[in-house]
Design a protein around this ligand. Structure first.
Ligand code: UGB
Length: 598
């Protein structure tokens, strides 16, 4: 009461709301006015931010927290009444006719799409100090994830314009969700690299705020242990992206501009854009409101499983069940072995890779009802089995792939499974944890993330008719990986399998020790025999034919010690570096037709 004089009417209202929701402890023992007044105001300002950045405000946050904490204490299962079964979805195989047709219809739609990258995570599992989107996707060219994503979107839009035939050509928007942990560095990375060729107006950064931590089962907000005027906060999860998009007004702007699709993707998957055109083609053809991209998943692998859930009351949904919930759910519903591999060597439940394609119209309709709020969960770590005290404060969390949970049964929710080698190679685990991954399961490390790029590109070249040598097996940072020829191309050279096919002609071969880097747009590989390193670049106006026999000492992959502090962290976390011994490197800087034939 004594302190009311130092607060604004709005702050007093907020304070009242908190008192009504059982948060009296926040204001207990406040000294008289004149002492710590700035700190008191700072606490109210923080409460204001926590209130305004959560759909429904803090009152709603506390109410949901109490319900979920009670469920958790009572051991109530969120899947009560649901029986899991294996869903059926579209299965794509890179290079076959179906895949090529889907790619074609997907590319046409790119100019009606907006891309959303969720990049607010700090990557605790990876333990890398910088932001993950700044990591080199591969160290042959050193291209970072964000550069690759932006160049892929630009090249896909260019390919889409070609189909547009007089329709208006628009700049495909890119939204990046950041957090306090990643915002400044992401902006700096973009600004210091001229937005990697995108117009700055094409890119929007939306920062997610953290949510209040909870100290006990009554959902009392947890004060900072060293500062009684500050509430502890933690990330709320990638599910925030929906509320942020909605409240930013961007969805309406996109709808008014005639866009039709929103594509969500994660921070470190260097293969994803190889599957995006075909997956969008599936959405277009099947008229899916929601399409999740999935890959075959090893049982118990740390990615969610796409599951069909049927309730005793008849409700049905196809939804991601997170990896820590799938096994107990199966065990509780008549599958005593839980999540196990079937005869294919994979779990029958496809792995969610959090690449979602939403149709904009139905998405806006749904968000108009929910404000973008996503079904949340809570994961308190209790001190003991009485479940009365927590080891440390907890908070509500949400995941972007839980969006379909509130949709009506009429919503068309599907998924598309594609080859793992083509679509999924995230960089999530630090070398120590990756080395402990059971044999045969994916490492999801910087080592496997980079070698997967070479494997995918080599396999695509093979499918396009190039003779690419078999890989060799090597061990880096305690992880056994296949090392294929280091084949890398810029998205402007090829964004679809058909692009690759049309630019590879005659009889070509690439040896295992070789590196092939294609940077120019109109480069055609014809009758090339490569045993060494070859780098070809050109301006867009040049047409370059590359053939003949290229033989040199090349660029070699060499092991490095992950603990060698003289090496940059980006190198240490993969356990190898590229030793650039000798190469043939050509740049064609003028328009015209050229032939590279040593
Ligand atoms: N992210 C945010 O933007 N904000 C946040 O608050 C948290 C994360 P993780 P996770 O593909 O392998 C997901 O931590 O959450 C961004 C799916 O739930 O890498 O453990 C972050 O920057 C799981 O089903 O993954 O697991 C990153 O870009 C499976 O699909 C993204 O969210 C798994 O990813 C994912 O964050 C996977």
């Amino acid at each position: 009461q004594k302190n009311l004089s130092i607060l604004s009417p709005e702050q007093i209202e907020l304070g009242k709301m908190l008192l009504e929701t059982g948060q009296v402890h926040l204001f207990e023992n406040w000294p008289d006015p004149g002492v710590d007044d700035d700190d008191k105001k700072a606490l109210l300002a923080q409460i204001d931010l926590l209130n305004s950045s959560y759909p429904g405000g803090l009152a709603s946050y506390i109410k949901t927290a109490r319900e979920l904490l009670a469920d958790s204490k009572a051991g109530r299962n969120p899947f009560d009444g649901f029986t899991p079964s294996v869903p059926s979805g579209e299965v794509l195989t890179c290079g076959d006719d179906n895949f090529i047709q889907y790619e074609e219809s997907g590319v046409k739609q790119i100019q009606n799409a907006a891309f959303v990258l969720v990049a607010g995570g700090l990557g605790e599992r990876l333990g890398y100090k910088g932001i993950k989107v700044a990591l080199p996707m591969e160290t042959t060219t050193g291209t970072c994830f964000l550069q690759h994503y932006i160049e892929s979107i630009l090249s896909l839009s260019k390919a889409s314009y070609k189909h547009a035939q007089g329709e208006c050509q628009r700049d495909v928007p890119l939204v990046i969700m950041t957090s306090d942990d990643t915002h400044g560095h992401t902006l700096q990375l973009l600004e210091s690299n001229s937005y990697f060729g995108m117009k700055p107006t094409q890119v929007k950064l939306l920062k997610q705020e953290k949510v209040a931590c909870l100290a006990d089962n009554d959902a009392r907000l947890a004060l900072d242990l060293n500062n009684k005027y500050k509430i502890q906060t933690k990330p709320h999860g990638h599910g925030d992206v929906h509320a942020l998009l909605y409240s930013s007004g961007l969805l309406k702007e996109w709808k008014d501009a005639g866009l039709r699709w929103v594509l969500f993707f994660q921070d470190t998957n260097g293969l994803l854009f190889k599957a995006i055109p075909a997956a969008l083609g599936v959405s277009v053809t099947k008229e899916y409101h929601v399409n999740s991209l999935a890959v075959p998943r090893k049982a118990k692998e740390a990615i969610g499983g796409i599951t069909k859930l049927t309730h005793t009351d008849g409700r049905e949904m196809v939804i991601n069940v997170e990896y820590n919930q799938l096994d107990p759910l199966l065990r509780a519903t008549g599958h005593p072995d839980g999540d196990v591999n079937c005869e294919t060597g994979f779990s029958p439940y496809p792995g969610n890779i959090n690449q979602l394609i939403l149709e904009l119209g139905p998405y806006i309709d749904e968000l108009s009802k929910t404000g973008g709020a996503i079904k949340e969960f809570i994961n308190p770590k209790y001190k003991d089995s009485t479940k009365t005290e927590f080891k440390s404060s907890t908070r509500l969390e949400c995941m972007m792939q839980d969006y379909p949970k509130t949709l009506p049964p009429s919503a068309r929710v599907g998924f598309t499974v594609t080859d793992i080698w083509l679509a999924y190679a995230p960089v999530k685990n630090n070398p120590e944890d990756a080395a402990k991954v059971p044999k045969g399961n994916p490492y999801h490390s910087a080592t496997s993330g980079e070698t997967a790029i070479y494997r995918a590109n080599s396999m695509i070249l093979r499918k396009a008719g190039v003779k690419v040598d078999d890989p060799v097996t090597q061990v880096f940072n305690g992880q056994e990986v296949e090392v294929w020829s280091r084949v890398v191309w810029k998205p402007k050279w090829a964004v679809t399998f058909s692009d690759v096919k049309s630019k590879v002609k005659g009889d070509n071969s690439v040896s295992q020790k070789s590196t092939l880097v294609i940077k120019g747009q109109n480069v055609v590989i014809e009758d090339l025999k490569l045993d060494g390193a070859l780098i070809v670049d050109s301006v867009d106006e040049a047409e370059v034919k590359v053939g003949g026999s290229v033989l040199n000492n090349g660029w070699m992959i060499e092991s490095v010690d992950k603990d060698c502090v003289e090496l940059p962290e980006e190198v240490r976390i993969r356990g190898f570096k590229i030793n650039k011994k000798e190469q043939l490197e050509e740049f064609y800087g003028e328009s015209g037709n050229f032939c590279l034939k040593p």
